[in-house]
Design a protein around this ligand. Structure first.
Ligand code: GTP
Ligand code: MG
Length: 599
């Protein structure tokens, strides 16, 4: 089955054409029609010469019912665009076309109808030209009369070509049926009708209803009037449901596969700005503060905050089941299209966070991948990513936890620093408790700390320790007790002031000569920046993070100030970072951060 919607100005002959094509009155229910006007969605279908079925969602053309029109076209991949030969292009022709463009609908056929009343030439050329400038592009155009039947066989051929050209969606895709109607079935069960864009529903399946997330059982399925045991999208379907009363169901809800969708009430989107020429006014000029957001057959009021460029944050009054990559539509006086980039975006409380979010999201593809989302979120559960609509992901770092590689390296460096600081602060403490480490790193799960512990760190009795003796034995001469003690005093100094490398006097005072320092470095207890400069392990990563906060590029003096250190330390440290590829020295002696050092 394929499903297409009608579109076009009121009274141009959409419903009449659907009836002529299918032999069915799309308004089988009384309230859908009043004085010849379609008020709400109608349904009818035909069997194409190929044997494939084509279902129509007939939409109202009157401007008062544009929200109903949007509910009809929201879940479908293609349209039959109708323009009356005797009336030509009209306001809702334009508004419907703008909505189709905003939704990114790419397939359609143009029917210029009522050719028994007027020459179709002008309407064909004007509508064809305007449609070609949208996401629909060039479409097949035909002249027909629903009254005389002229042109109808050719229109059916064109619809068959359209149906054949539509991509076959994945039958294994997660199910999201946008409900457009609910009623009481003959046996008392609740019956909902809706459009299933992709995926498969079977009798006996458990689905959940958004936004209550109440579970329901599918008792029976009808597709185009026939009972079936399963239905695969795209399809118009009626489901009878166990576990819910029909009064509690209605348009705007969706039936979804459990675990595959999360409700989103805050989303970051890229505005697609249909029809805006590249040099035209920016989105800022035209974007409303509030709008109605339409997705599938659902809609909700929303607050709109432009973050920068074409990236905006929408706060939805009613949550919706959305995936990244979904197309939604914003409507106030005009319509704007948007692609969903993030359905669980982080808060933007820091100053400048909106602008940097816009810069980051601006570089994302329309269908963000796991790597994009992980770069933004740092850590995500595989199940959370699945509920965002992303099935492919890298190997978990622990359990079902996925991590961005850069963030993971940073966490490892910070864990090393936290343990070193603890050992320095309390040389007699045997290590850093796992829970304290989890809290210090702000991690959501203790198992992540376990996964971060790598040599020379180790866990003994719930404490993270630096395995000095082991490392020393493995990698070089064992550290004399005096050296270990002296190094711990040094690390205590560095915990308080990480870039205040001890001077020669202090080292001599502690009894640390070059040999002792070399041994401590090999044991992973110290980091030698140059012959004269020693710091705690992880100081390079810490410096990288501090320098990342500076306006780029920066001077050595700015770096020195930001690191709260002296020139004696800053210059060798910067040269060390240059060699490590963390910073780059520019011809004017300033530097810029190239990458964060791995932990
Ligand atoms: N002469 C002639 N009249 C037509 C033709 N198609 C439709 N009509 C008439 O045009 C009027 C409007 O037709 P509808 O099919 O209700 O129009 P619609 O586009 O569904 O209108 P809305 O539901 O309000 O959007 C009716 O009186 C139809 O009889 C045609 O091909 N020729
Ligand atoms: Mg109609």
């Amino acid at each position: 089955m394929q499903v297409i919607a009608t579109a076009g100005h009121t009274d141009h002959g959409k419903s009449t054409l659907v009836r002529a094509l299918t032999g069915m009155d799309p308004h089988c229910r009384e309230p859908q029609r009043s004085r010849g006007l379609t008020l709400d969605l109608g349904h009818a279908w035909l069997t194409l010469p190929s044997g494939e079925q084509l279902a129509f969602v007939d939409v109202p053309g009157h401007e008062r019912f544009v929200p109903n029109m949007l509910a009809g076209v929201g879940p479908v991949p293609a349209v039959l665009f109708v323009v009356a030969a005797d009336e030509g292009w009209k306001p809702q022709s334009a508004e419907h076309l703008a909505a189709l463009d905003a939704l990114g609908i790419r397939r359609g056929v143009l029917a210029v109808t009522r050719i028994d009343l007027a020459d179709p030439g002008p309407a064909l050329s004007e509508a064809g030209r305007l449609i070609a400038g949208t996401s629909l592009g060039e479409v097949e155009a035909l002249a027909v009369s629903a009254i005389t039947g002229e042109g109808l066989p050719r229109l059916i051929d064109a619809l068959a070509r359209l149906a054949g050209s539509l991509p076959a969606p994945d039958p294994g895709a997660p199910v999201r049926i946008w409900v457009d109607r609910a009623c009481r079935g003959a046996d008392g069960d609740a019956v909902v009708t809706g459009t299933l864009p992709s995926g498969t529903v079977r009798c006996g399946d458990e689905l959940v209803i958004t936004p209550s997330m109440r579970p329901v059982r599918v008792r029976g399925i009808e597709a185009l009037g026939e009972p079936v045991t399963e239905v695969a999208g795209p399809a118009r379907t009626a489901l009878s449901l166990r576990g819910v009363r029909h009064e509690r169901l209605g348009r705007g809800m969706a039936l979804v596969h459990p675990g595959r969708w999360a409700l989103a009430d805050l989303i970051d989107v890229r505005l697609t700005m249909p029809g805006t020429p590249p040099a035209g006014p920016g989105p800022e000029a035209r974007l409303p503060r509030t709008a109605t957001v339409h997705a599938g057959a659902a809609r909700t009021p929303a607050r709109v905050r432009l973050l920068g460029g074409r990236i905006a944050r929408l706060s939805l009054r009613e949550p919706m089941p959305l995936h990244v990559g979904d197309h939604v539509l914003l409507r106030d006086r005009s319509v704007h299209g948007a692609v969903v980039l993030d359905v669980t975006p982080p808060s933007l409380s820091r100053r400048g966070a909106g602008a940097s979010a816009a810069a980051e999201l601006g570089a994302w593809p329309d269908r963000p991948a796991a790597a994009d989302l992980l770069r933004r979120h740092g850590l995500l559960r595989a199940s959370a990513l699945l509920a965002m609509g992303v099935t492919e992901h890298p190997e978990p770092v622990s359990g079902e936890w996925l991590a961005d590689p850069g963030h993971w390296a940073d966490l490892a460096a910070r864990l090393g620093e936290a343990v070193t600081a603890q050992v320095g602060r309390e040389p007699l403490a045997r290590g850093l408790p796992l829970d304290a480490a989890r809290a210090a790193l702000g991690l959501p799960d203790r198992r992540l700390v376990d996964a971060l512990v790598k040599p020379p760190l180790r866990v003994r009795d719930g404490l993270i320790q630096i395995a000095m003796a082991d490392t020393a034995r493995g990698a070089g001469p064992e550290l004399p007790a005096g050296v270990t003690a002296a190094v711990q005093v040094l690390l205590a100094d560095l915990a308080a002031a990480p870039f205040a490398s001890p001077d020669a006097d202090r080292l001599r005072h502690l009894g640390l000569d070059l040999r002792a320092i070399t041994a401590a470095e090999q044991a992973g207890l110290l980091m030698r920046i140059s012959d004269q400069i020693v710091l705690a392990p992880g100081a390079d990563a810490l410096a990288g993070r501090v320098l990342a906060g500076l306006p780029q590029p920066f001077t050595a003096a700015e770096a020195r100030q930001a690191l709260h250190t002296t020139r004696r330390v800053a210059i060798p440290l910067l040269e060390f970072l240059d060699r490590a590829g963390v910073t780059q020295r520019l011809p004017d002696d300033r530097r810029r951060l190239v990458s964060r050092p791995a932990g």
